[in-house]
Design a protein around this ligand. Structure first.
Ligand code: MF3
Ligand code: CO
Length: 261
């Protein structure tokens, strides 16, 4: 069942999404060698609570963090820990914030210091593929059009697309129907319609697309231990067009434009 949102609900989605983005902007200020991922998690949790929100991942099916932490070969769902960020790492921070009963969801993969050029290329391509997916998110088209756009963009550049994890609808729950895969055929899946809220979140690998889940039952990493990148925005379909509800502007204000080049 796909829940279409009323204009009033869309306003609440906007607010939850903005708090999500602002929180990642606070996290961004702390990204540096020597900082523990647990510190990032604490910064996020405190900022959310100070602003009347709820960290939606914390305690979700037993997940132990506010942020999902994705260092280098970790694809998704890593735990905050005593690991200290190292020069040359990339670290994804995936965040869901609930505010007034609605959820915003966004993820950004940061550079710690100066990662290798090929790793930066992976991040850039993954981020670009998110916007390529969003451009294919047009009312009247289908979810498969988004999925195919992301896949084509990344595979043409020599990267592989994780199959086991998908984007999703979002609203009162952090995961609603429909699933939004990052691969597949054009013209299949649900029709994109006014009132939908969708998270697009490419998870893209430098090596093979294969993943393994660690024995903690959560941490998902590449099988070949090559790096993986992940970016995510929450989108709404309103009045026949797609609106991006989350933004990386707060992040880019915090870290400057160095990662955009
Ligand atoms: N933010 C993730 C997503 O994009 C979900 C986190 S899973 C959790 O779908 F269990 F940690 F909450
Ligand atoms: Co998501």
């Amino acid at each position: 069942m796909i829940y279409l949102k009323t204009p009033e609900e869309m306003e609440l989605m906007r607010k939850a999404s903005d708090l999500t983005s602002q929180t990642l902007g606070e996290v961004a200020k702390w990204i540096a060698p020597g900082v523990t991922t647990r510190k990032l998690d604490t910064i996020a949790r405190e900022f959310i609570m100070d602003n009347g929100g709820k960290p939606a991942c914390l305690g979700y099916q037993g997940f132990p963090g506010t942020l999902c932490i994705e260092v280098n070969e970790v694809v998704v769902h890593g735990f905050p820990s005593s690991y200290t960020l190292q020069e040359g790492d990339i670290v994804g921070t995936d965040l869901v914030v609930e505010l007034d009963g609605y959820n915003g969801d966004s993820c950004y993969t940061f550079a710690v210091g100066e990662p290798a050029a090929e790793v930066m290329d992976l991040c850039r391509t993954t981020r670009e593929s998110l916007y390529v997916g969003a451009e294919a998110c047009v009312p009247g088209k289908r979810i498969g059009d988004i999925a195919n756009a992301v896949q084509t963009y990344c595979e043409r550049r020599g990267y592989s697309v994780v199959r086991e994890m998908c984007g999703h609808g979002i609203g009162r729950k952090m995961h609603e129907e429909p699933e939004v895969p990052n691969y597949g055929r054009r013209g299949i899946g649900a029709v994109i319609r006014n009132g939908m809220c969708l998270c697009i979140e490419p998870m893209i690998n430098m090596g093979s697309r294969n993943i393994v889940i660690e024995r903690d039952g959560w941490t998902c990493r590449t099988k070949d231990r090559k790096p993986s990148a992940h970016y995510e925005h929450t989108y709404a379909i309103i009045d026949g067009r797609v609106e991006q509800l989350t933004t990386f502007d707060y992040i880019h204000q915090a870290i400057g434009d160095k990662f955009l080049k």
